[in-house]
Design a protein. Sequence first.
Length: 269
Amino acid sequence: MRDRKRVEFWQVGISLIAFSMVLMAVVGHQSGFDVRMRSFIYKGLRHLELPALALREGINRALVLSRDKGMFLEKIDSLQKENVALRMELNRVKEFYGSEGYEASPYLAAEGVNFLNATVIYRHPGWWWRYLTIDKGRDDGLKRGMPVLSGENVVGRVFIVEDATAVVELVTSPDLRIPVIVEDTRDIGVLSGDGKGNMSLFYMPRKAPLQRGMKIATAFAVGNFYPGLLVGTVDGPEEDFVEGDFVTYKVKPDIDFSRLRRVRILEVR
């Protein structure tokens, strides 16, 4: 039924076009009747053009949105590079500013920070919170110990490097222990995971004024790992882990590891 109506619709349109051509041939192009007929036919045929015009408009909008999205993603990438560079430089200044014999290190410009994009290609169910495999390796310039990020937050570090792939050790792994610093208080501790998606901050002084929501960042340069990279957020003390003058805190990752599909390997030139 629908096909039949469509055929009838186009038959009417073609008939109108043929009729208009006959009229123009008979009455001439300059008569008032011809002008009125042209106007009438135009109004009738205008509805036949609407689907094509709508399709063209939709395609043009899609192309504009695609182009704008590409420019937007490039801008985000540039801002994230600059943000990471500024965070690492700020960490240096906070550590050394005012100390004797301190010489300001050269500014780490965003141009000196390079991101290598990679895709997660494998995660073993038995090691879900410990390791993942990415599609970049030695041939792409990866080295053991390089930090792996999602946005501006640390996912882990390059652990095993093959020619075309690499294994990343996650910050939620109990085998990875990272020296970290609480940005607001400058207290230094050790961060480690429990292999179940959680992280803990060890060796915090009992008197340290830590509060929920404070940011945790890497503290020292270890191998290819750089200081000043975001790791997580203080989520509160672990009441069962208080030893003498030290308290253990729960740390919440700022990354949804269950939805992790793409990562970035950080390289500082």
